[in-house]
Design a protein around this ligand. Structure first.
Ligand code: ADE
Length: 233
């Protein structure tokens, strides 16, 4: 049985979007994963198939109704984790992505408007996930991000060379910079060590570069790396 993704959205035409192309698209064609998109509006109420209403307690914007969302969820729910994409969620990590890729698939609920009635999230024991500390106009793009990250880890989707890259993020250092031909471009030469053919020196150069970049850009990751036993340079 291949990995199954369900997406619940009021903008079903946003899917598969970029996931129909490139690595994910080929993997879908090959049957490594499948996608079913459900239009939440199919469960909407009344002549206008309404899915939202004004917030209790007042305030701007609209809130997605729990009864409508529960019916939409009920139409696809099974043993797979139910994830709500929201900026209020726990930050998505490579560790969680790896766990999700190792399971049967996911059910993703994309929020729009100001939010989702909390009762349906609680009742369905949904996991609230954020893809970063910024506000998107809805959960759809976040769902595409989560799916992309998981699909590339499914068995047989990536070649061995690319799998190694995933491992390097778990190091946890940022990657070293990359260079290819020409060796001199716009009066900029490739770092000399990389053209030396000395594999030990190249490995040392890359590690030093990765550490320096991580220290500057992501002191949080760098401190974890040092705490996990790496000696400071
Ligand atoms: N919806 C809006 N912003 C989001 C974010 N940062 N992560 C996940 N879902 C979102």
């Amino acid at each position: 049985m291949s990995w199954r993704a369900d997406v619940l959205s009021i903008f079903p035409s946003m899917f598969p979007g970029p996931l129909g192309e490139s690595l994910a698209g080929k993997a879908m064609e090959a049957g490594s994963w499948s996608l079913k998109v459900t239009d939440i509006r199919d469960f909407g109420l009344g002549r206008h198939r309404s899915v939202d209403d004004t917030p209790f307690g007042g305030g701007a914007g609209m809130v997605m109704r729990p009864d409508v969302l529960d019916a939409a969820i009920g139409s696809v729910a099974d043993e797979r984790p139910l994830i709500v994409l929201t900026p209020r969620g726990a930050p998505l990590t490579q560790k969680r992505v790896r766990e999700l890729a190792g399971g049967p698939g996911v059910i993703l609920l994309c929020g729009r408007f100001e939010g989702i009635d909390q009762r349906v999230i609680d009742a369905r024991q949904a996991e609230e996930v954020s893809i970063g500390d910024y506000i998107l106009s809805g959960g759809e793009v976040a769902a595409l991000v989560l799916l992309d990250a998981a699909i590339r880890l499914l068995p047989g989707v990536m070649g061995a060379a690319e799998s190694a890259v995933e491992e390097s993020f778990s190091a946890p250092l940022l990657e070293y910079p990359h260079y290819t031909r020409p060796a001199v471009w716009a009066q900029r030469a490739v770092p000399e060590t990389l053209t030396s053919g000395n594999h030990a020196a190249i490995a040392a150069w890359r590690l030093a570069a990765a550490r320096q970049t991580t220290k500057t850009r992501r002191p949080d990751l760098y401190n974890q790396y040092i705490a996990s036993g790496a000696s400071a340079p």
